[in-house]
Design a protein around this ligand. Structure first.
Ligand code: ADP
Length: 249
């Protein structure tokens, strides 16, 4: 396989819990500009793969690289600073703060964009300008001064994405970003993820297969810790083994 341009890449990723192989010899490549879905029945190992990639868990064996740097032994906080950001790590939306302040807080986190500013003059103006830019990117300008608590569930998830973008991710790992949403919010967030992926790489766990079919460029299917199929959605969804795995649910 061609791995030269993969932003995030794993080879032979394996994790045991005692005698149980939760993830077994998984290869995965996530490319710049791509939305890659990780799907599979419950217990397939999707969460464990996310935990391994973000270094929340150490692999039993295998190698992981981020932007061609080997991160197999790199601590989670450094990996995050290198640009691998998982959505739930920042999903703390502060309900008593306004939408704008939530983004300003996110910008000032240890790996937030604020640390890339030229500080001496009008740091607050720069922060506000950057935060307003992010709100415009995700389409939250009208809700700028609303309390986060007053947002609908769908708009809160949009705010979460804005606070994630404040960390300047190169690779974004999204855990079921569309869970619990109505059709309208699904369309908005799916479009937003598509936009975000243009200049980054996105790996997402998602159970809504029609969304996966719509917005994902490639799909990796896990079953019992192993890769069952990988490729574009059309090909993968026609795979008899994949059909059997999903009919068994
Ligand atoms: P998924 O996210 O696809 O539902 P998980 O990665 O959560 O799957 O789990 C894969 C398997 O690994 C499951 O059988 C689960 O019980 C097991 N597992 C996950 N984490 C642990 C752990 N910390 N200790 C023991 N078993 C675990």
């Amino acid at each position: 396989p061609v791995t030269a341009h993969a932003v995030l890449s794993a080879r032979g990723l394996t994790r045991r819990f005692g005698g149980f192989l939760a993830v077994n010899n998984v290869d995965i490549d996530v490319y710049q500009g791509e939305i890659h879905a990780l799907i599979g029945p419950n217990g397939a190992g999707k969460t464990t793969v996310f935990n391994l990639l973000t270094k929340f868990l150490q692999p039993t064996s295998g190698r992981i690289s981020l932007m061609r740097q080997d991160i197999t032994a790199t601590p989670a906080d450094r990996v995050a600073r290198m640009g691998l950001v998982r959505s739930f790590q920042i999903s703390a939306v502060f309900p008593h703060l306004t939408v704008l302040d939530n983004v300003r807080v996110a910008l000032q986190r240890p790996n937030g964009l604020a640390h890339q500013f030229w500080r001496p003059m009008s740091a607050l103006d720069q922060l506000t300008g950057k935060a307003e830019g992010l709100l415009a990117t995700v389409g939250l300008t009208r809700e700028r001064d609303a309390l986060a608590a007053d947002l609908s569930y769908g708009r809160k998830r949009v705010l979460e994405i804005a606070t994630t973008l404040a960390l300047d991710p190169k690779v974004l790992l999204l855990d079921e970003p569309l869970a619990g949403m109505g059709q309208e919010d699904i369309a908005t967030i799916a479009g937003l993820i598509r936009n975000v992926a243009r200049t980054r790489a996105v790996l997402m766990v998602e159970h809504n297969l029609s969304v996966v079919a719509d917005i994902c460029d490639r799909v990796t299917v896990l079953q019992r810790g192993e890769i069952l199929a990988a490729g574009d959605y059309e090909t993968v969804s026609r795979d008899p083994q994949v059909r059997t795995a999903y009919m068994g649910r």
